[in-house]
Design a protein around this ligand. Structure first.
Ligand code: ATP
Length: 782
């Protein structure tokens, strides 16, 4: 649907005192339009609404019938289980899974089932909705928005009407039609009695209050957005555009589109959606379920690795080091290094003779083994034990031990506690986090870097990992490093059942739950032929309750990966995603002007490497649907400074409060007073954006405000939107890193209605802010 310019109605639509209503062939009413004409127009609108409501009611009756059928199918599936054979359980799983998914899709379709109508020049009328619905005689009542037939709803324009005479948007609240808005696309083909109604439903949709989570835009997708959503499924789609241009919305609707049109291909191997932080994934998590798609896996860059959640963002200087591929050799050498606390030698006494493996010998053994290792040191542990025993024996043999004693010697040494202790410290099974903890020691970082890092850089890294060793907290970039390390250290041994008949405490080769020879971890488990519990995929989805799969259901690799805010990914993070999408197609959403990552070229190269040489389809979105034109103008000032030559996108809404700049001696109190005022003024969310790592004083100052006031740092504000935003200490945000001005630009583009910037009251700070944003500061009286 082409966007009407702000405040102006589409072609063919006329206004009267009570709203824009007129028949297509009637002339536009003058300002002095007679009242009877206005009321006739109103009647016409009411008649149209009543007719549409009739159709919508029929669709809902059918939807209810379909839901009944789906529920019956779920019940039938569960009944199969009562037969009790494994075969029937598998059948049940498949059946319940399909029926449950279908039931969920139908449930999700209930809200705004029908939202559009096309009147075509061949006199056909198609209603467009969230899913396809047929009546009891298989006649189509509603066309699914993703079906080819619905394409014209989003694509037709007066210049290229695609057979559409009138496009109508139906605006429902629950099952009730409350408003309609028409576009007359082909007046020449319009029958004389065609009614055209315009109400600005699209702009109304944009002005809705934000409740903290993103909504689908299925009824109002714009043409340039639709081009990206329906782009070919082969290769990768790259969507670029300024803040608020609908990039995230487009990416999520594309997922729904791909799953609808290519369910076989994308449904079975899965779709992964990656956002910058958990706040963001929480913000978007309702969109796909509201489109009836609950199967995609949502992750933030901070929780891509099982069992680990990032707690903070590194400072810019540390991030630059950790994010670059220069970390790769450092990590490789850290994994290959002798573990911290490992013994320097091994002394073994056998029948009065002592043999020793000294530091050099142990080092040589390690080097040789790792040289041969393909799957990392964890996979070489058994070999390490065997090699050490063999070396000990060869030393003993050179001291005159008889060949016949070999087996007794090996068995004796292997069974000793001291040998198990040696092995556990000299060649322990390592988890990625152990390697990072080990790097809390600057000397180890220095050795792993082989002189490639300056003393300052070594200190920065070691300090950061010392924090990890002490607190267990990892940063967002650490997660990418841990994922890299996971591949370098190799998998931990699989678990094996206990040896039947032998209590583990009597098994000399099991130490701390691990068999020192096989390296397997030993845990009891039920015999394989006894199935104690079978759960369905649908059960697990229902339990997870968030439309996500259980973690243990997650595939290692995906068929499609969506990366939002891709401009912020460091090369090491691209590597992390690449490992999950070696055969995937991708949807990449980015805005280089919002990038917090400094080395954009290195990032682009890493992205290219992840995407491979499959075809690419690139799209540019140009209209800002989030900010009022007034807020967009302030952001545009900053954009020109942050990215000289960049072209701001066009904002379609006007109004809201004028953006203000406050100069305050006591910033936290001024922020508190502003947030409290905004809570009274807006119904929805108020976002308070502070410099990175400096949310503490603001959180404390705002402790008593309601939860719809959300405090976050500037990096966590990525991708979010609020009714009102308060930006704290802009100069500090800008100064925190070389890309700080871009981060400030992101913060300034979060609000839909009100924007208040609170700067310090010092002259330099105030003048800097005034000049940067083109605003005159108002002093805050204490
Ligand atoms: N066609 C549309 N109809 C209605 N609302 C829309 C449309 N397109 C975008 N929006 C709304 O505009 C807002 C911004 O969209 P979105 O968050 O997808 O933008 P973005 O380009 O990802 O922004 P950013 O780069 O700042 O993260 C959202 O509230 C979204 O619902």
């Amino acid at each position: 649907m082409p966007l009407p310019p702000p405040g102006q109605q589409p072609h063919g639509v006329v206004r009267d005192a009570d709203g824009p209503v007129a028949s297509a062939d009637s002339a536009a009413p003058e300002a002095s339009a007679a009242l009877p004409e206005a009321s006739a127009a109103l009647d016409a609108k009411q008649r149209e609404i009543a007719a549409e409501q009739h159709h919508i009611d029929r669709a809902y009756v059918r939807l209810e019938a379909m839901r009944g059928e789906a529920r019956a199918l779920v019940r039938e599936g569960y009944k199969q289980a009562q037969v009790g054979t494994v075969g029937s359980l598998v059948e049940r799983d498949t059946m319940v899974f399909r029926a449950e998914l279908w039931a969920r899709t139908l449930d999700a379709a209930d809200d705004g089932l029908v939202f559009g109508r096309l009147d075509r020049n061949d006199a056909e009328v198609w209603h467009i909705g969230r899913i396809g619905v047929r009546d009891e005689h298989s006649e189509i009542l509603v066309v699914d928005w993703r079906a080819p037939a619905a394409e014209a709803f989003y694509q037709a324009t007066p210049e290229d009407p695609r057979g559409v005479v009138r496009r109508r948007v139906l605006h429902c609240r629950g099952h009730k039609l409350v408003d309609i808005e028409d576009d007359l696309l082909d007046p020449d083909a319009a029958p004389d009695d065609l009614v055209v109604v315009g109400d600005g439903a699209f702009l109304a949709a944009l002005s809705r209050t934000r409740d903290g989570s993103m909504r689908d835009i299925v009824a109002t997708i714009q043409q340039e957005q639709d081009d990206a959503i329906r782009a070919p499924a082969d290769g990768s789609v790259i969507v670029r555009g300024g803040p608020g241009t609908g990039k995230t919305a487009v990416a999520l609707h594309r997922v729904a589109y791909l799953l609808f049109r290519h369910r076989q291909r994308f449904g079975s191997r899965g779709v992964l959606v990656v956002g910058p932080n958990p706040r963001f994934t929480a913000y978007i998590e309702r969109v796909l379920p509201s489109l009836g798609e609950g199967g995609a896996v949502l992750h933030s860059l901070g929780d891509m690795v099982d069992g680990i959640t990032a707690a903070y963002h590194d400072t810019a200087a540390v991030a630059r080091l950790k994010g670059s591929t220069g970390m790769l050799p450092v990590l490789r050498r850290a994994v290959d290094a002798t573990p911290p606390g490992a013994p320097h030698e091994l002394r073994v006494r056998h029948r009065g003779t002592e043999v020793v493996l000294d530091t050099a010998a142990l080092r040589r053994i390690r080097r040789d083994l790792l040289h041969r290792a393909r799957r990392g040191p964890n996979g070489q542990r058994v070999q390490a034990a065997k090699t050490v025993l063999a070396e000990l024996w060869s030393r003993l043999a050179s001291r005159g031990a008889a060949r016949g004693e070999k087996d007794a010697f090996l068995e004796d040494v292997a069974a000793r506690d001291e040998f198990a202790v040696f092995l556990n410290t000299w060649w322990p099974l390592v988890r990625p986090i152990d390697v990072l903890r080990g790097l809390a020691d600057p000397a180890r970082v220095d050795r792993a870097a082989r002189g490639r890092l300056s003393r300052d850089q070594v200190t920065l890294l070691a300090n950061s990992w010392e924090h990890t060793a002490r607190t267990g907290e990892v940063s967002f970039l650490d997660v990418a490093l841990l994922d890299e390390l996971d591949g370098l250290v190799g998998p931990l041994p699989r678990q094996r059942p206990r040896t039947p008949g032998m209590p583990e405490e009597d098994n000399p080769y099991v130490v701390d739950g691990f068999d020192i020879f096989t390296g397997e971890s030993v845990r009891s488990s039920a015999p394989a032929d006894e199935i104690s519990e079978v759960t369905t995929y649908a059960d697990r989805m229902a339990r997870s309750g968030r439309g996500r799969r259980d973690e243990d259901e997650e595939p290692d690799e995906y068929a499609h990966i969506v990366v939002d805010e891709a401009q912020d990914l460091a090369p090491m993070q691209w590597r992390m995603l690449k490992r999950r999408g070696r055969h995937a197609t991708w949807t990449i959403v980015e805005d280089p002007a919002q990038s917090a990552w400094e080395d954009l070229d290195a990032s682009a190269a890493a992205m290219s490497d992840a995407l491979g040489d499959r075809p690419r389809h690139e799209f540019e979105l140009t209209t800002n649907y989030r900010n009022t034109a007034e807020i967009a103008a302030v952001a545009a000032h900053v954009l020109l400074r942050a990215v000289p030559g960049a072209k701001p996108s066009r904002a379609v809404r006007t109004g809201g409060e004028k953006p203000t700049l406050l100069a305050a001696a006591d910033v936290p109190s001024a922020v508190r007073a502003t947030a409290a005022r905004l809570v009274d003024e807006v119904e929805g969310t108020v976002g308070v954006v502070a410099p990175v790592g400096e949310t503490g004083p603001i959180l404390a100052a705002l402790a008593e405000l309601p939860p719809r006031v959300q405090v976050m740092d500037a990096l966590d504000a990525k991708g979010l939107e609020f009714d009102a935003a308060v930006i704290v200490d802009p100069k500090r945000i800008a100064d925190q890193s070389p890309s700080g001005l871009r981060t400030l630009y992101v913060a300034l583009t979060r609000a839909t209605r009100s924007l208040v910037v609170v700067a310090g009251s010092g002259d330099a700070e105030r003048e800097w802010a005034e000049d940067l944003m083109g605003l005159a500061a108002a002093p805050v009286s204490e």
